[in-house]
Design a binder for this molecule. Structure first.
Ligand SMILES: [Zn+2]
Length: 140
């Protein structure tokens, strides 16, 4: 019987890339979500003390993407864990920290990434955003 289903792999949407150098070897991995990208990056840094890694929204992604994130649990008081908006340009490399639209700077390792609508929104970020968070094209 002929099958018209496409292979699952071509269906996978991976907007993010993680690249780095681990144990003297170049590495690259795709990631579907910022959390997945960060996990890959942290695993490499764990594996090798001299490793270097960054992640980014693929440069061929058609449009900027706005991510939603807040400080991970336990870092600061629950009341201050508002969800900030992080605009990302295709190809812009992320390492160390990212700056939210409101100017809040969070370390990548200390961000809990959220879906749109989760968490208590940062009012500054919302006020400064001209459009609703754009996550079209990103996997849910
Ligand atoms: Zn904010």
């Amino acid at each position: 019987m002929p099958s018209c289903t496409e292979p699952a792999i071509s269906r996978r949407i991976s907007p993010f890339m993680v690249v780095g150098r681990v144990r003297e070897q170049e590495r690259a991995a795709r990631a579907e979500t910022p959390a997945e990208a960060l996990d890959a990056m942290l695993a490499w840094l764990d594996e090798d003390d001299d490793a270097a890694a960054v992640w980014y929204l693929r440069e061929d992604w058609p449009a900027p993407v706005t991510l939603v994130g807040r400080p991970a649990p336990g870092l600061i008081g629950e009341v201050r864990r508002t969800a900030h908006l992080f605009p990302l340009e295709p190809g812009a490399v992320l390492y160390g920290s990212v700056t939210a639209r409101c100017g809040a700077e969070l370390y990548l390792q200390e961000i809990e990434w959220l879906s749109v609508g989760q968490g208590m929104p940062c009012e500054c970020c919302l006020a400064l955003s001209d459009t609703r968070p754009r996550l079209e094209g990103l996997p849910r």
